[in-house]
Design a protein around this ligand. Sequence first.
Ligand SMILES: [Zn+2]
Length: 63
Amino acid sequence: MPLNRRFRDVTRIGPVQIGTANDGRGREKHTAACTAPRCGFSADYDSRAAAELAARTHRCPIR
Ligand SMILES: [Zn+2]
């Protein structure tokens, strides 16, 4: 399910990838998305720190 947004500064923490993208209104959105199969976690955050924290503390519901 690729998103049609241009992410930059993509990093990876565990299975979770974090990318920064503009939301079209000149504001930045920081998205954390888990790449593990069948997990499906993804969320937008207002700050990079929040996204990284979510990535670090994320636990896949399915192992
Ligand atoms: Zn996960």
